[in-house]
Design a binder for this molecule. Structure first.
Ligand code: NAP
Ligand code: MG
Length: 489
């Protein structure tokens, strides 16, 4: 509050209600100039490197290693070496390490949140309040299972598989790492993880946490690089691949692994239906729609990217939605008031722009929130399309950006038919006052998660995963342990 009118006979009255900048300091993060590969508890040099940027201004942050095939083999060998001991120590010992990791993550939460926003572009309030606490919560949760496997899977003699190769995307770098590493370790496996090319830094900082927790060498190995490093990991001597990313790459991996005895789980794309009935609490639904599509700039596999509105409330709802969009603050990810941050990469921005152009060409009507975008960096204004037909690309393809397609329906049957008319099936939302209708809808929606009168809620105890081209296997909860265990029938 800068211009405050001070009068002796009254309390101060602010003259301007706009937000003043409130940037989080980056001083807490100490970046190295150059990072190697974290293998067998050591930092190894790589022959090739690339520079990782901040999408908020395209400034270089650090040089990271581009792991070669030989580097990948080396990391997998280190994980095999560590497996013998790690899989046979008492479960309560493994718990201890997982609890330590959780606690250290919580202690260093601010450092991780700042780095996540710097490298990935997401608003600090999200990395601070969602990504980092949820990542710690996953380690806490699976720490609790590590010594109870026989009770979790009674009479099925649970045994660790071996070395898990894990490949993750750039939209939730630390959180996806936690989803992958925590259950794998709790089950007694060792790990080689490859973060996404554009967002390696929190995974590299996590290696420091592993050292602090004194995790035995080789139990977790982190190798950075591009898609070719991921492909080399798929082809290496691992016992299991856990992949989160695009359906296209997921399919390629499935083809590579066909006929081998490597296990596979795939968490792929989505095009979720967020379905709003005319009896819902409208203002609450508007908040859920906004969160559903603009959270993390829409770089969310379970984003509510197709909005289905019951015809009778179409006009008031779209009007409220536009009003609410106008209040979103787009800009510096490190500003605590920012709602929508930077697009993760130039490549992703190009893809969003291409699909938005296709939407306009095909005849949909576009509305963008009035906002001033920063000049440097990668940005896209919150956008909605109305007048969308089901056949349009913007209603079919995953945009993975802050772009919502609005469609309508009249009856619950029609809502189900339209919502399920997609190759994906990761998540869905239903907004209605009637509990019976929620259950009726949830039973018929072909989606792994159905949220009712809320959206984007996550809990480590709750399994998450897809139907159809959204993949197979579940992460979170007890279900998330199964893919890392050999169980007798
Ligand atoms: P992506 O291109 O498939 O990449 C995912 C990961 O795979 C990255 O680490 C990537 O490396 C690596 N990779 C690329 N080509 C590979 C290959 N041939 N073999 C092995 N690994 C390879 O996906 P993305 O663009 O990063 O992420 C966005 C996608 O992830 C969206 O479709 C989204 O829906 C999906 N996603 C799904 C979930 C879920 O839980 N279902 C969660 C988050 C995201 P590079 O980074 O070097 O390309
Ligand atoms: Mg990619």
């Amino acid at each position: 509050m800068t211009d405050v009118e001070k009068r002796s006979d009254r309390s101060p009255v602010p003259q301007d209600w706009t937000y003043a900048p409130a940037p989080e300091s980056t001083e807490i993060v100490e970046l190295r100039e150059r990072y190697g590969l974290y293998v067998g508890g050591e930092w190894l040099d790589a022959k090739e490197r690339y520079t990782t940027l901040s999408p908020r201004d395209e400034s270089p942050l650090a040089e990271v290693a581009q792991a070669s095939e030989a580097d990948v083999r080396n990391a997998v060998a280190a994980a095999h070496d560590a497996f013998g001991t790690w899989s046979t120590i008492a479960g309560s010992e493994r718990s201890k390490y997982l609890f330590r990791i959780a606690r250290i993550l919580a202690e260093r939460a601010r450092e991780f949140a700042v780095l996540e926003s710097l490298n990935g572009g997401k608003p600090i309030k999200e990395s601070r309040d969602v990504d980092v606490p949820l990542a710690a919560a996953h380690f806490f949760y699976y720490a609790g299972w590590a010594d109870k496997l026989e009770y979790a899977f009674p009479n099925r003699t649970p045994k660790a598989l071996g070395v898990a190769g894990q490949i993750i995307p750039w939209n939730f770098p630390l959180l996806m790492l936690a989803w992958k590493i925590a259950p794998a370790l709790a089950a007694g496996n060792t790990v080689v993880l490859k973060p996404a090319e554009t967002t390696p830094l929190t995974a590299l900082l996590f290696c420091d946490v592993l050292r602090q927790a004194e995790l035995p060498a080789g139990v977790v190995n982190i190798i950075t690089g591009d898609g070719s490093t991921g492909a080399a990991l798929v082809d290496s001597e691992v016992d299991k691949i856990a992949f989160t990313g695009s359906t296209e790459v997921g399919k390629a991996i499935q083809r590579r692994l066909a006929g081998t005895d490597k296990r596979l789980t795939l968490e792929l794309g989505g095009k979720a239906a967020n379905i709003v009935f005319d009896d819902c609490a409208l203002d609450q639904a508007v908040e859920g729609i906004i969160n559903g599509i603009y959270f993390n700039q829409g770089h969310v596999c379970c984003a509510g990217s197709r909005l289905f509105v019951q015809e009778s409330i179409y006009e008031p709802l779209v009007e409220k939605l536009k009003k609410r969009m106008a209040t979103l603050r787009v800009g510096d990810p490190l500003d605590k008031n920012t709602d929508v941050g930077a697009i993760n990469s130039r490549e992703q921005l190009d893809r969003i722009e291409e699909l938005v152009a296709a939407g306009k060409d095909e005849g949909a009507e576009m509305y963008q929130a009035p906002c001033r975008l920063p000049e440097r960096g990668y940005w896209f204004a919150p956008t909605i399309f109305t007048n969308v037909a089901q056949s349009y690309r913007i209603a079919q393809e995953e945009i993975f950006g802050p772009v919502l397609s609005v469609l309508t329906f009249r009856t619950p049957d029609e809502a189900i038919e339209k919502a399920n008319n997609t190759p994906y099936g990761l998540s869905a939302g239903v907004w209605t006052e009637k509990g019976s209708r929620i259950l009726w809808m949830a039973e018929r929606l072909r989606a792994g998660v159905v949220w009712a009168n809320t959206f984007n809620r996550f809990d480590p105890a709750s399994p998450f995963g897809g139907y159809k081209e959204s993949g197979f296997g579940r992460e979170g909860g007890l279900h998330g342990m199964e893919p890392y265990l050999e169980l007798t029938a």
